[in-house]
Design a protein around this ligand. Structure first.
Ligand code: SF4
Length: 330
């Protein structure tokens, strides 16, 4: 199969799963494919059927977010010509990302069978924005100039998107604003709560059962890792005796420390069932919160999480924060 701009006037469709690091790189991927004259097709929101399909097609040992990703791939497989399956080994010059991201294309291949994959890499010597990160077949199908121009536009969109996240927009809002939508209006009640975890646990309202919406209905401004510029996170990590290995864990721990300094009322930590790196980072966060006397609610998400149980625990935590607030005013 050769890369051309169109087959008989029909544009090539690239399926982009709305899962895992879509919440960071989604706009970059969308803009790049559009610049090349391809049609990006983003999967819809996660739902019950999609999750069940992903769970059935995955190995039992996979964590919940990987199962969700597989579900999104399967939901796209009849609607696109190629399916984007990123192979992310290192997304930050100095460190690595969880090994499940390295083996993602193989897991996807196992689930989708003959569907051709578009493997976009990010490794130590091959950043996500470099031409070498793209499949060789694509690089042969387009001129280097065209690819570089597409990547430049994609990186510019990526930077704008992350600036919007740092201004306090959530990924779906920032993406809508980036592509011409109207920014949502928000009221500031002065109450602040921290929400930490991997982006795919925080911003997929199906797997976290609408945690952000619930906290907002209680009048909280929700502060999450994506608000914080990477430089500030790096500064917070200096207190560690040994550098932390995983990029996403660094962001969770650095954000946790910054939120403690910003005097949030409490912190909710959403982690995924069967997540290896979180076994370590979760313990570190719990110990620090205990030492600082900061209220922390740690919730583990899995495919069996029920809305009632989750909402009850969050509401009980909010009650506790309200009581603490009342007592400190007396
Ligand atoms: S960091 Fe944890 S949740 Fe994320 S892909 Fe790896 S194992 Fe899964």
């Amino acid at each position: 199969m050769t890369w051309v701009q169109s087959w008989g006037g029909i544009k090539i469709k690239i399926g982009i799963p709305r899962a895992l690091l879509y919440y960071w790189y989604g706009p970059l991927w969308r803009v790049f494919f559009e610049e090349l004259g391809l049609t990006p097709v983003v999967s819809g929101p996660t739902g019950k059927d999609l999750l069940n399909t992903g769970v059935k097609a995955s190995v039992d040992e996979a964590c919940l977010p990987v199962k969700v990703f597989i579900g999104h791939c399967l939901s796209l497989s009849n609607r696109c010509d190629f399916l984007l399956a990123p192979r992310l080994v290192s997304i930050n010059r100095k460190d690595y990302i969880c090994p499940k991201f390295m083996g993602l294309p193989e897991m996807v291949k196992q689930a989708v069978g003959k569907q051709p994959l578009f493997i976009w890499k990010s490794e130590k010597n091959c950043a996500i924005g470099s031409p070498q990160a793209l499949p060789a077949a694509l690089r042969q199908g387009y001129s280097t100039r065209r690819i570089k121009k597409g990547l430049q536009k994609a990186e510019a969109a990526f930077r704008t998107y992350h600036r919007l996240l740092q201004k306090g927009f959530f990924p779906a809002e920032a993406e809508a604003v980036l592509f011409g939508g109207v920014p949502p209006a928000r009221e500031d009640t002065g109450r602040r709560i921290g929400l930490i975890g991997h982006p795919y646990c925080l911003y997929d309202p199906y797997i976290n059962l609408g945690t952000i919406g619930l906290l907002q209905r209680y009048g909280f401004k929700v502060l999450a890792p994506e608000y914080i510029p990477p430089r500030q996170i790096e500064e917070e990590l200096q207190i560690l005796a040994k550098p932390m290995f995983w990029t996403l864990s660094q962001r969770i721990f650095g954000t946790f420390r910054l939120l403690c300094k910003q005097k949030v009322e409490g912190i909710i930590y959403l982690s995924a069932f069967a997540c290896g790196p979180e076994a370590l980072i979760g313990e570190l966060v719990k110990r620090e919160a205990k030492a600082l006397g900061l209220p922390l609610l740690h919730l583990v998400l899995d495919e069996h999480s029920g809305e009632a149980g989750m909402v009850t625990r969050i509401e009980a935590f909010i009650d506790l924060l309200q009581r603490k607030r009342r007592l400190s005013c007396v």
